[in-house]
Design a protein around this ligand. Structure first.
Ligand code: SAH
Length: 432
């Protein structure tokens, strides 16, 4: 057997490219995660640079023993000094981007067949750190959050045109993360043309339902595509049911449930704009009759609905029963991330606990709770533990019936834990 530790003889090619790109050497102990496929190299991991690269340039990355690890984009203004994109020697120009984009599209075709609107590229999950591309039918929306990627926009646009034949490609570069890379905000049409009205309301089909997306001012890039698969799955519980969709946004879960034959659906979201859109979309799909959307804070709305009017229960006693006519058969909880950092996790957990406790009280015995957590800082185990605490306080027993994750167009790369953020569970909520 060959001795794998023995260094391979150097190809002549190596000597040449040694000079082609500046080299970033890593400190001892920093190489393994890069070899495993994690693309971020922070300032503190760098030992030295052979020459000072210009921001946005390609550098090659080596460990302290001069073993070649990969190539990536350098930026001295970013805490992430190097974003590694390939473990091969590559100039990261058109042929590389073409390969990666084809790979990303093939992944969607394989695991999300039939979808016409989806995230085409999700940065690290597609080994394209710094690039996000969404497809809304025949319009593409692009975000670049690293300088190196930003510079390659014209090439990326060309490749996307060739591979996906869009009618228009829009740049939506107003993400706060760009300022960490020293990049200005920039929103424009990069290819094709799009009416102002279309930007505000572009028709989109998800699982055969018609939605609309506001490309310029919508949340994130305009739609929660990461829930596309889960919306269809959760609708499987809805036939004949009274459904509550809490944090409904434009009614993703609500309208899937209504189409699946729910008896009645209530969506609650604090955004007036989202609620107005949800009502419009319900009507456009012929689902207005049994859906209702309310603009309210879910915490207040649930508290009011759970108020029974009787005396407060003694400390430690189970909460009073909610009248059956105020209860639901299915409750969906899909709140925003209650925490953007580790420090506020305890507050976030209190928030999760409160909505779960109330959701369980609002469910009839045997009802179904489908609940999601999109905070990277709250992992599935912690999330499940909070749900268990809520069940204890509500005096309910939970029987887990499903596990959910983000849709396949938001791929999870094992070596990059940051790519995994959305988790969800469905439970049958049993009475005592
Ligand atoms: N379920 C939606 C996505 C929800 S995103 C879908 O599948 O498309 C989270 C939503 O929660 C946003 O629309 C936001 O407006 C809303 N929101 C945030 N805090 C809220 C609160 N306290 N009460 C009600 N809605 C809230």
């Amino acid at each position: 057997m060959a001795d794998v530790r023995r260094p391979r003889p150097r190809a002549p090619f190596e000597a040449e490219t040694e000079d082609a790109f500046p080299t970033a050497y890593l400190r001892p102990g920093e190489a393994d995660r890069v070899v495993a496929g994690h693309p971020w190299i922070y300032e503190g991991s760098l030992l030295r640079l052979t020459r000072e690269p210009s921001d946005g340039d390609v550098v090659q990355v080596k460990d302290h023993r001069r073993r070649f690890l990969g190539v990536g984009f350098f930026n001295s203004k970013s805490k992430i000094r190097v974003r590694v994109l390939s473990s091969e020697r590559d100039d990261l120009e058109a042929p590389f981007l073409d390969r990666r984009l084809r790979d990303a599209i093939a992944h969607r075709q394989r695991f999300l067949p039939g979808a016409t609107s989806f995230r085409v590229v999700n940065a690290e999950g597609d080994r394209l750190s710094g690039l996000i591309v969404d497809k809304y039918e025949d319009v593409l929306v692009l975000q670049t959050s690293s300088l190196g990627m930003d510079r390659r926009k014209p090439v990326i646009v060309e490749i996307l045109r060739k591979l996906l034949k869009p009618r228009a490609i829009v740049e939506r570069n107003d993400a706060g993360s760009r300022k960490f890379e020293g990049l200005p905000e920039s929103n424009s049409v990069l290819f094709g043309s799009l009416e102002e009205a279309e930007m505000k309301s572009l028709p989109v089909v998800l699982n055969g339902l018609r939605f609309e997306v506001d490309i310029l001012s919508g949340h994130k890039t305009g739609l929660y595509l990461d829930q596309q698969v889960n919306q269809a799955l959760v609708a499987g519980f809805a036939r004949g049911a009274r459904v509550l969709d809490a944090f409904s946004f434009i009614g993703g879960f609500a309208l899937h449930a209504a189409r699946a034959g729910a008896n009645s659906v209530v969506g609650v979201d604090q955004s007036e704009t989202a609620v107005a859109a949800a009502r419009r979309i319900a009507a456009a799909n012929g689902l207005a009759a049994n859906t209702q959307f309310e603009a309210a804070n879910v915490f207040d709305w649930m508290r009011a609905r759970c108020t029974t009017g009787g005396a407060a229960p003694a400390p430690g006693a189970p909460p009073p029963a909610i009248p059956a006519d105020k209860q639901f058969d299915v409750v969906v909880l899909d709140p925003p991330s209650f925490t953007r950092n580790r420090a506020s996790v305890p507050d976030a957990l209190r928030g999760y606990k409160e909505i779960h406790l109330r959701a369980m009280r609002l469910l009839r015995p045997g009802g179904i709770l489908a609940t999601f957590c999109c905070s990277h800082h709250v992992d599935a185990q912690t999330f499940a533990a909070v749900i268990n605490e809520s069940a204890y306080d509500a005096r309910r027993a939970l029987r887990r019936i499903a596990l959910y994750s983000q849709s396949p167009d938001h791929p999870i790369l094992s070596a990059v834990p940051e790519t995994e953020y959305l988790k969800g569970f469905a439970y049958e909520v049993l009475g005592v």
